[in-house]
Design a protein around this ligand. Structure first.
Ligand code: NAD
Length: 479
């Protein structure tokens, strides 16, 4: 079946759709079929400048809006998002290759959950605090730039655009070059929500021209970046050099510790489900499974059974559990990662390189499980960002904690076992968020990484604070 190729040639600037003036373009392919899907005309530096200019002009009025006006704005975004929900499901499924069920239950509803969560934070947030005779205000930081990745193309952007608007900051958004379809729809959602012109702007483009230009613009006060460690470090340095505020949400290699008293088969299945949910393309995916040494063989068998029985295939089919990887370039990266594991002599428990049988046309990878590999091996330490699990074994709980923390990343961690011991272990883990016994993500709790997983937090009141600047108003003490 051939489908029409979508052409994305317009940015959203100052409340209007405007033609890109860039010369470069980018072709996207349906990751499930390899067929051409869309053509994106990247922006130019002039387009980036125009977006910042529009945001800067809108900033003064936006900063003066009341809490209620911002709450109303969020509710209008929710209503508009709901109207576009069906189109958003199609766009995520086709452009990312995410299974329809995942799109309908999580990828798309997550955007609405974000609106609800930020509305709750905004409703209660103390923007003013009396300290003795003095007043502490939380003022909007100013024009905020949001640069995002492609793997959760609605949840990710909504999680950074909404708090910026809630704080009274005009935003410029540069979505991933791999996510034009959802980005253009989300910009339409914002347009239909009737935001003040310039409060929200979107420029399509790549990192090294549009992204870099936006980061370097002196009118940008704050940069929220979601993506790889390498790009995040470069953006962090460039931002700090201009005294910009910066939040970095980067990669991870999150450990999943199965304590000695846990139901091991259930725990291993839960780890695999969490890892494979978005083809492994989640920053907080549990990618390292730590099990008691004497139960390694059992854990390998359970993980292999899950990997070998997973329903992989056409994301449009209702029963599909795992679709392809998001794009061909990423498929090749994951292949190299698996080759690395094989070269290093890791024990291959399931999967391997290449496509699953019968799925040669798209970017389908095989769910792969490695074990019996040194702790400092590449596949243990580096992020695969794909359906690749590494199993490590430990002697006692102290060793489990040590192995879990022996990583340059520290985004999330998972612990399964008796509640008391799990809590004790959680406190010792170097991770921004620890999930105990299957606890799901809570958008009211701060999310972010320690070590190379990032800087700062999103979600919850801490996430809103990233877009606010404290201002002390001092008054003389009453005589
Ligand atoms: P990426 O770093 O390649 O790109 C992310 C974004 O940055 C894109 O929009 C890209 O165009 C832009 N960019 C790249 N270089 C830039 C530069 N020099 N200046 C300005 N912009 C630039 O990452 P990706 O492949 O899109 O995303 C995958 C990575 O993101 C993984 O490591 C994943 O773990 C991480 N991630 C982290 C979180 C989190 O919340 N911690 C969430 C999702 C993804």
């Amino acid at each position: 079946m051939s489908t029409a190729i979508n052409r994305y040639t317009r940015h959203y600037i100052n409340g209007q759709w405007v033609e890109s003036t860039g010369a470069e373009s980018f072709e996207s392919f349906n990751p499930a079929t390899g067929q051409p899907l869309s053509h994106t005309r990247f922006g130019s530096e002039a387009d980036a400048d125009a977006a910042v200019q529009a945001a800067q002009t809108a900033q003064a009025a936006l900063a003066l809006t009341t809490r209620q006006e911002r709450l109303d704005m969020l509710q209008r975004i929710a209503a508009s998002y709901s109207k576009h929900q069906a189109a958003l499901v199609d766009a995520v499924q086709q452009s990312l290759g995410a299974p329809r069920m995942l799109c309908e239950r999580l990828q798309v509803p997550a955007g609405l959950m974000q609106v609800q969560a930020w509305s709750r934070v905004l409703a209660d947030f103390p923007f003013e605090e009396q300290r003795g005779p003095h007043l502490l205000l939380q003022q909007p930081v100013g024009v905020s730039l949001c640069i995002t990745s492609w793997n959760w193309p609605l949840n990710g952007p909504m999680g950074v655009l909404l708090p910026a608007l809630a704080a009274g900051c005009a935003t410029v958004w540069k979505p991933s070059e791999h996510a034009s379809a959802t980005a253009v729809l989300l910009a339409q959602v914002m347009h239909d929500a009737g935001l003040p012109p310039g409060a929200f702007n979107m420029v399509l483009g790549n990192g090294h021209v549009v992204g870099r230009r936006l980061v370097g613009d002196p009118a940008v006060a704050m940069v929220s970046f979601t993506g790889s460690v390498a790009a995040g470090n470069a953006i962090g340095q460039a931002s700090v050099a201009q005294s910009k505020r910066v939040v970095l949400e980067l990669g991870g290699k999150s450990p999943f510790i199965v304590l000695p008293d846990a139901d091991l088969p259930a725990a291993v299945k839960a780890c695999m489900t969490g890892l494979l949910r978005n083809s492994g393309q989640s920053c907080n995916a549990p990618a390292r499974l730590l099990v008691p040494r004497e139960r390694l063989a059992e854990a390998e068998a359970v993980a292999a059974a899950v990997a070998n029985h997973l329903v992989i295939g056409d994301p449009a089919e209702p029963g599909t559990q795992m679709g392809p990887l998001g794009n061909e370039m990423h498929y090749q990266t994951v292949q190299r990662f698996i080759e690395h594991g094989l070269r290093d002599g890791a024990h291959l428990v399931a999967g391997g390189t290449g496509h699953p049988q019968g799925l040669e046309a798209g970017c389908y990878a095989r769910p792969t499980v490695f074990s019996r590999v040194p702790d400092d091996a590449f596949i243990v330490q580096e992020e695969a960002f794909g359906p690749v699990l590494v199993i490590q074994d430990y002697g006692d709980v102290d060793e489990a904690v040590e192995l879990a923390n022996r990583s340059e990343f520290g985004l999330s961690a998972y612990v399964v076992g008796g509640a008391e011991q799990a809590r004790q272990v959680a406190r010792r883990l170097q991770a921004g968020m620890v999930h105990i016994n299957g606890a799901e993500m809570d958008l009211g709790m701060p999310f972010g990484g320690v070590k190379h997983s990032g800087l700062g937090r999103k979600f919850g009141p801490e996430g809103l604070k990233a877009y606010l600047e404290p201002q002390s108003i001092l008054v003389p003490a009453a005589a």
